[in-house]
Design a protein around this ligand. Structure first.
Ligand code: B16
Ligand code: MG
Length: 214
């Protein structure tokens, strides 16, 4: 039986990917580096510095470590400005009802996100209390997805064995991380087609209950 469901954040509970795109685009334009939405898709679930390295593949000059730090900071400032406008209505339809259903069944909801902005986002959209004590994110990990660390830490916070956890992910790196953690994984959105995922759903509201029952 599944005792905990660990949700990825961006692309699973809400769509901050558009804001990531706009913020990276501001940086790319400033640096005169080609960047488009197809490249942005490769940043799904990938940490901030690794995302920057992907963007810099199109750069025509090389950058020092200090310059890269500045660029990541510039992007994050732009991203945080966009996040200021988030409200509870940005949470995908059916998410809060799905989580309430889990809690009625005694299943614990947790978070496993690469983002260092996770707690700020959860506060803005009114979900921070539901996940309190079970938020594993970019601030408490050394290795990012596809390494399983973020999900292992979430399970540890809840005191639940990995085999009793179900991960919900929209990114290939996240699906790989969930499987490497020894957990079952539901692929949603772009990850719905990944063969490595145990279950597929268009979004959280469509997760089949069978995924929780085995
Ligand atoms: P930050 P997730 C990931 O969140 C995003 O999908 C990815 O695009 C982003 O680069 C990463 O968080 C780091 O975010 O810059 O806020 O620390 O999908 O793992 O919830
Ligand atoms: Mg994601």
């Amino acid at each position: 039986m599944i005792k905990a469901v660990i949700f990825d954040l961006d692309g699973v509970l809400l769509s901050t990917d558009e804001y990531h795109y706009r913020a990276w685009k501001q940086l790319a334009d400033r640096e005169d580096i080609y960047f488009d939405r197809a490249i942005n898709e490769r940043l799904r679930g990938v940490s901030r510095m690794e995302s920057l390295e992907i963007i810099l593949e199109r750069a025509t000059k090389s950058y020092t470590a200090a310059e890269k730090e500045e660029m990541a900071g510039f992007k994050n400032d732009a991203y945080r400005q966009l996040l200021e406008h988030l409200t509870p209505s940005d949470v995908f339809p059916g998410v809060t009802e799905f989580i309430a259903g889990l809690q009625r069944e005694g299943v614990r909801p947790g978070i496993g996100s690469s983002s260092k902005n996770t707690k700020y986002i959860l506060e803005k959209v009114g979900l921070i209390e539901i996940f309190r004590g079970a938020i594993s994110d970019g601030t408490n990990i050394v290795n990012s997805k596809p390494d399983p660390e973020v999900f292992i830490k979430a399970a540890e916070m809840m005191g639940i064995a990995p085999a009793e956890c179900l991960v919900v992910e929209d990114a290939e790196a996240g699906v790989m991380a969930g499987k490497a953690a020894g957990m079952r994984v539901v692929g949603v959105g772009p990850a719905a087609g990944y063969p490595l995922a145990d279950y597929q759903a268009s979004g959280v509201a469509g997760i089949p209950w069978i995924a929780l029952a085995v």
